[in-house]
Structure formats: structure tokens, C-alpha cells
Write a protein of this length. Structure first.
Length: 654
């Protein structure tokens, strides 16, 4: 300050020395600027050591995409005041973590976090290495950490009545996943332990696993993949029922926070509200209980209210919407992929996309992979965020799709069967769904006029599917069908197996009579009464039920038929489950429409009986209480006696 005042005084009071003083000032400002530059340059080049640490605090030079790490910085010298550190990924400068170096210290480390997306560069091409840089209070420091990055594994989960071969196009060195450098693991492929059981076409009556049991297999498989690859997280890519299994795993079996091991759930055609197409194999008693767990009433009223926790996992869903006309959708609403309707695929909160594909194409199509799956698997750093749990849903009311009974049977070689299906006035669309796993039966449709109707793909939405996992092998329909008795004639062909062919057939109606049925409980205790109600109406007015019955399929596969008695306009009936497990209850009613044509409708229900609670009888409680009092009294008495004996012994010694 004194020097500045002296120079100022000379400039003011000694004009003759002005030139000399100007030179002094120039030198002063040059030296000052140089000192500032040197200080800044020194800060920018301050040496620092940057490290990545694993969960145990050990330094890393390589990691798998998605693994949890901490970042640590160590400066050469301690800082004079608290300094903020930002760790940035590559020269793009994406902030990935931060920490604070406290005054007098020279090191800090970040909170633990998952390195999700680190295998990919910012242009979404594979990047086997990444560099972490750092700034201290906004100023870059010299030093970085370079890591080798391995890709995050993809675990493929098949759906109903299927196995790992459903993912043939994704697996192997020529598969879709290998084309972008990702390791592929399909549950059941033998790479690690774990084989799910969702049904087998070669043994359709064999019991399947439940959703929870298959989720346990998935847990075992994921653990094996993690151990084999060193990964802490995987992506789940699932088809159809595989999404339901994965949801149960995430909700019930997967850990939370740092124990979470699913980065994202990518679903192809998962029926979150179920599919009424499942009623066909259920009627045959095939693929149980898996087929019953796809039933709409089970998904809406039992699965969804119980399994909704996501633990931060984002859900993505692709729905096929290739079928747009009701006449071409035999057992679901529209739009649909023939098995799963759009409203079912979007029945829970998901990030939804749609493409025009059938259900069996969603897990095989190259277009589906390139347009939907690949961009999600190639999400770059900064594109992941924890997804919150949706609000706990209550039981969702079943959509009132109207069905006839499910006609089931067996046709021997050379044989045929004639099925009669009444259609009353007011039905605007009648769609027929048949499940013929042998694909050997010939179908002839005879309308109410008695004429044979040639089925046409454009007019009748005729579709043939050669995949038992779809639960539908043949579908067709009619707009404004003529009221009366329709006949479906099924005939064996030279392709029919020597053991004959099983079939299940039902019709879905839009318009006409409506059956509404339900139960007052969906999770009753064994021995607890369940109230079943049913009501039939036409154009909003009640229709008198002439006959009704409940067809019950118990958890062991046994069947019973309970005759129901109509009371006025509806059916109130009490029924009691006698064993724990999943029950199918089909309410079948018959009535007469005003034009005299019979009306047949079926409602497909499901309940899951819980093990009976053990209640201790009052006498047992009293006995237990009495025993406890006796024991306490006895122990107290012994304690008193012991103290008296001790007192006597001590007294004698004295």
C-alpha cells in the first residue's frame, strides 16, 4: 500500500518524472499478470491421484458395466479450505459423482454408485475404456483414472409353455446380442444353473411351477450369471409370461439399494392384465397352474395387488398391435397381438411402445430388436434413473368380455364332432378361438341359415398360428352374425395323430347379453366361505337365468361341478375351499333371449386359498398360562429354599 501511495505521489507531484513512472507501472502490471498466470497454471496442473474403489474399498483398474464403485481423489497438498470435487466421465465432462475435501485434508471419496451405461460411449458405440477426470472448485486438476469396461450381461426369460430356445435369434455368436457385443444368457440354457417350468407341449398335463417358484429359479440363474461374469447387475429381456415371473422376482426376491441386481426390465408382450386366451388350455387341464396364472381374473385381482414394488428398476414394454379389428381378435380386445391386448400390456405403469407384430414374432423379429430392444440395451451414462414404485393398486375389475362355454373334447383318427353354438339377436361380432395343439383338425363353419361359410382372412380375420405358446391355433370371426344356432364341425385328417387330437373352442361376443360375476374374496383362508354372485342382463335390463353351475378346478387338478340356484335376477351362492392353492371357478349360465334363442355365457374366475390359520383354543391358552404360573411358583420356591440352606451353612461356619 505504501509503494502504491509513493508512486501515486510522484505521478501527481512530479510531472517531470511521469515517463519514468509509466515505465515502472508497466513493469508492475507485467509482473502482476505473470504472477496470476503462474498461480492459475499451477492450479490447473496440480497433481492428483484419481481412483475407483470397489465395495470393499480396493482400487480397481477394470469393472463390469453397472457395478457399484466409489471414486477417490488425493491431492499432493492439503487444501486451506473446504473444496468441492466433481468427477467427470471422459472429455465430454458428464458429472458422475462428487465429494468434499475438508480444510486441512487432501483427499475425499464419493458415495457408492452403479456405473450404469459405462460400456457405451456417448455416441452409443461400444467403448471398452473410460477415463475419469476431476475438477476442484471448478478448476481442472492434472491426473485421471482409466478403466477397462466389460459389458453388462443380458438375461433372457422365456414365457408360457416354452424354454430357452425361444431366444434362438438372440443367442450364439451370430445372435442379435453378440452383434452389439453383449453377453447373452437365457434361463435354462445350461450356461449356469436354473431351469424354469412354464409348461411343456410334450407333457401338457405335468404340473408346472408357480410364478413364485419360477421367480426362485430366476434368482438362482441371475446369481450364477453374476458369479461367472463378475457383474453386479444384469438387464432382464423377457417375453410374455416371463415378464410376470420377473415382476415377482423383483418384488419378492431381489434385494434393494446396493443389493439390487436388475438394471432394467425390458418386456415383449407381457399380459399385465392377463389374457382370456388362457381359458382354452385351462379347460383342458393343461399346463397348470401356469395357464391359470395368465387368466385375466388372476392377473387383475391376485397378482397385481400383491406384486408391484420395483426397487428402482425401470419397466419398459413393447406391445404388438397387428390386430385392429374385433372380428380378427378371437379371445382378447383390440388392438392386440392375438394373445395380449394393448390394454393388458399397458395395464400397469410402464414406458410403453407399440409395433405391428404378432405375439410369436416379438421375441424373434430383427426389427423388434433393432427398433425397441437395442436402444434400451445401449443406454449411455446419465440415461439411467431410479423408477419409483407405483401407488399400490387394488384389485382391478375384469373387463367384461363375453364368452360362451369352452367346448372341449377329443377326436379319434377318422372321427368328427359337431358343436352347436347359439347366437342371440344383438350380437354385433362373434369371434371364435380354437386350441388344437396337433394342428390336424379340419374346421367347417355352418351359419344359422344352414350354409357353409368359407373363411377368408380379410372378411373373417382368419389366422392360423403354429406355436402352442400362443394358446390359440385358429381364430376367425363374423360381423353381425345371423341369430340362431351355428355349427362348428371338427374333423380328423390324415395329419391327426394315432392317439387322436384334443381341442378346446370358445366364442367371444360383442353386443347382446352380458354376464357379470365375481367373488367377495380372492384370497380366502381354507375353510372360509366365499360368496359367488352372477347377474345376466340384456340392454341393461336383467335377464332371468334358467340354469347355472360352477365348474371348479382345484389346486390338485381335480374337478367338481356345483349346481347353482338362481334367485330372482341373479345367483348368490356360498362355496368353501378345502385346500390351499389356486382354484379356477367358471360360472356357466343359460337363459332364453326375448326371441327365444338360448343364451349361454361363462365367467372365468380365480381365487387363491391361503393356508388355514392355526388358532389356539381357549382351554389350551388357560392350560399354558397355568403351566407358566406353576413353573414360576416352583422356581420361586426353590430359590427361597436355596437361600435358606445357604444362610444355615454360613451360620455354622461362623
Amino acid at each position: 500500500m505504501g509503494l502504491n501511495m509513493t508512486i501515486w505521489a510522484k505521478l501527481v507531484y512530479y510531472p517531470a518524472g511521469g515517463v519514468r513512472m509509466k515505465r515502472v507501472l508497466r513493469i508492475f502490471f507485467v509482473l502482476f499478470s505473470l504472477s496470476v498466470f503462474v498461480l492459475n497454471f499451477g492450479a490447473a496442473q496440480a497433481a492428483a491421484r484419481i481412483e475407483a474403489l470397489d465395495r470393499q474399498g480396493k482400487p480397481l483398474t477394470s469393472l463390469v458395466d453397472g457395478n457399484h464403485i466409489r471414486l477417490r481423489i488425493t491431492l499432493d497438498e492439503a487444501v486451506g479450505q473446504a473444496s468441492q470435487v466433481s468427477f467427470n466421465l471422459d472429455t465430454a465432462g458428464l458429472p458422475v459423482a462428487s465429494c468434499t475435501i475438508h480444510a486441512g485434508e487432501k483427499s475425499c471419496q464419493s458415495e457408492i454408485f452403479p456405473a450404469l451405461g459405462w460400456y457405451w460411449g456417448f455416441d452409443k458405440t461400444a467403448s471398452a475404456q473410460h477415463t475419469v477426470l476431476a475438477t476442484v472448485d471448478g478448476t481442472a486438476v492434472e491426473g485421471n483414472a482409466i478403466f477397462d469396461i466389460a459389458p453388462r450381461p443380458v438375461v433372457l426369460v422365456h414365457g408360457f409353455n416354452s424354454d430357452y430356445t425361444a431366444w434362438a435369434n438372440y443367442l450364439g455368436p451370430q445372435g442379435y446380442l453378440a452383434s452389439i457385443g453383449l453377453p447373452a444368457y437365457a434361463v435354462g440354457d445350461g450356461q449356469v444353473a436354473g431351469v424354469m417350468n412354464t409348461g411343456s407341449f410334450t407333457n401338457p398335463t405335468r404340473r408346472t411351477n408357480t410364478l413364485l417358484q419360477n421367480a426362485g429359479v430366476l434368482q438362482e440363474y441371475i446369481a450364477g450369471v453374476k458369479q461367472q461374469t463378475g457383474a453386479e447387475m444384469v438387464d432382464l429381456l423377457v417375453h410374455s409370461m416371463g415378464g410376470m415371473i420377473s415382476r415377482v422376482y423383483i418384488d419378492r426376491l431381489m434385494g434393494e439399494g446396493e443389493a439390487r441386481d436388475v438394471a432394467q426390465l425390458i418386456m415383449l408382450g407381457t399380459p399385465h392384465l392377463g389374457s382370456d386366451c388362457a381359458n382354452l388350455p385351462v379347460a383342458l387341464g393343461w399346463y397348470l397352474p401356469a395357464a391359470l396364472e395368465i387368466r385375466s381374473s388372476y392377473a387383475r385381482q391376485i397378482l397385481n395387488p400383491q406384486f408391484y414394488h420395483r426397487k428402482g428398476v425401470a419397466f419398459f414394454e413393447l406391445a404388438g398391435n397387428s390386430i385392429l379389428e374385433p372380428v380378427g381378435s378371437p379371445c382378447t380386445g383390440v388392438p392386440s397381438d392375438i394373445v395380449v391386448a394393448l390394454d393388458s400390456a399397458s395395464g400397469i405403469p410402464v414406458e410403453l411402445s407399440t409395433l405391428s407384430f404378432l405375439h410369436v414374432e416379438l421375441n424373434t423379429s430383427a426389427d423388434v430388436f433393432e427398433q425397441f430392444v437395442q436402444p434400451l440395451l445401449q443406454k449411455k451414462p446419465g440415461e439411467f434413473s431410479d423408477a419409483p414404485d407405483p401407488q399400490q393398486p387394488g384389485a382391478q375389475a375384469d373387463e367384461l368380455l363375453q364368452f360362451t362355454r369352452v367346448y372341449t373334447g377329443w377326436i379319434e383318427p377318422g372321427g368328427s364332432q359337431d358343436l352347436t353354438i347359439p347366437i342371440e339377436a344383438g350380437v354385433s361380432v362373434a369371434s371364435f378361438a380354437m386350441y388344437d395343439p396337433s394342428h390336424s383338425l379340419e374346421t367347417t363353419v355352418i351359419g344359422a341359415s344352414g350354409n357353409v361359410i368359407e373363411l377368408d382372412p380379410k372378411v373373417n380375420g382368419l389366422i392360423v398360428v403354429d406355436d402352442p405358446a400362443t394358446m390359440v391355433s385358429l381364430g376367425y370371426g363374423f360381423n353381425n352374425p345371423k341369430p340362431g344356432e351355428w355349427h362348428i364341425v371338427l374333423k380328423a385328417t390324415d395329419r391327426t395323430p394315432t392317439g387322436g387330437a384334443d381341442y378346446a373352442l370358445m366364442a367371444k361376443f360383442i353386443g347382446g347379453t352380458t354376464l357379470a360375476a365375481g367373488t367377495d374374496k380372492v384370497l380366502p383362508q381354507v375353510g372360509e366361505a366365499v360368496q359367488i354372485t352372477a347377474r345376466l342382463s340384456l340392454n341393461g335390463a336383467p335377464l332371468v337365468i334358467q340354469s347355472a353351475e360352477a365348474r371348479v378346478l382345484d389346486p390338485q387338478g381335480g374337478r367338481q361341478t356345483v349346481t347353482l340356484t338362481a334367485s330372482g335376477e341373479g345367483i348368490p351362492v356360498s362355496w368353501t375351499p378345502d385346500a390351499p392353492g389356486l382354484y379356477a371357478i367358471d360360472i356357466f349360465v343359460v337363459a332364453a333371449s326375448p326371441d327365444g334363442i338360448p343364451v349361454e355365457r361363462t365367467a372365468f374366475l380365480a381365487i387363491e386359498a391361503q393356508p388355514e390359520k392355526r388358532v389356539v383354543p381357549p382351554r389350551s391358552l388357560l392350560a399354558a398360562a397355568g403351566l407358566g404360573v406353576a413353573l414360576l411358583f416352583g422356581l420361586g420356591f426353590l430359590l427361597v429354599v436355596g437361600l435358606v440352606v445357604l444362610w444355615i451353612v454360613l451360620r455354622r461356619r461362623r
